[in-house]
Design a protein around this ligand. Structure first.
Ligand code: GRF
Length: 186
């Protein structure tokens, strides 16, 4: 069976959607959940689901031994699901074409450093753009700049605030991220 490693910093609703999907699909298993945040909701998910987890800090993130730890799981994909640190070039080189990220807007607009979570939705609403959506893309050594795999759109309504737009975008994420991973696993 193929293995996925998930990187996440927050609540982990995408992580939960991916775990749920592959529990039924059984094409892959989640071998490890990595977080930089000891208070992250994803750790609770890991515990409940019986998935091994790893909490990293700035030093261990850059340490060559982390790459060895990840390699030991022989992952088909490294899946970033709300992971806030930039992936070091060495890790990108160690897993060529195997690291994917999801961004809560239509890249290349509304991406880059500092563009995460509510900041993204605030910028989209301020721009009066009629649409937003999600972008699933490969990861390179720059923020939100790797090749795009898939995008899905949703409307931005006049009445939207960051909360209502985030909710609509999250729904797209939960549907498309697991299915895109399944597609990539082939
Ligand atoms: C998602 O909106 C994702 O696009 C972004 O971070 C958020 C993570 O949400 N990269 P969750 O922790 O999976 O709920």
């Amino acid at each position: 069976m193929k293995s996925l490693i998930i990187f996440a910093s927050g609540t982990g609703t995408n992580t939960q959607a991916i775990v749920n999907h592959f529990r039924l699909d059984q094409q892959a298993r989640i071998a490890l959940i990595v977080t930089n945040n000891p208070a992250a909701g994803v750790l609770k998910i890991a515990e409940t689901e019986g998935i091994p987890s790893l909490v990293i800090n700035r030093d261990s993130f850059k340490d060559e031994r982390l790459i060895e730890t990840l390699r030991a799981h022989n992952p088909s994909l490294l899946v970033l699901a709300g992971f806030l640190w930039k992936i070091p070039a060495r890790m990108v080189e160690a897993f060529p074409g195997k690291i994917v990220n999801i961004h809560p807007a239509l890249l290349p607009a509304f991406g880059g450093k500092g563009m995460y979570g509510e900041h993204v939705h605030k910028a989209v609403i301020a721009s009066r753009s009629p649409a937003s959506g999600i972008t699933i893309h490969y990861v390179n050594e720059h923020y939100d700049a790797g090749d795009i795999i898939v995008q899905a759109h949703c409307p931005v309504r006049e009445t939207d605030d960051t909360h209502s737009l985030a909710e609509r975008v999250h729904q797209l994420e939960h549907f498309f991220y697991p299915r895109t991973l399944e597609f990539l696993l082939g």
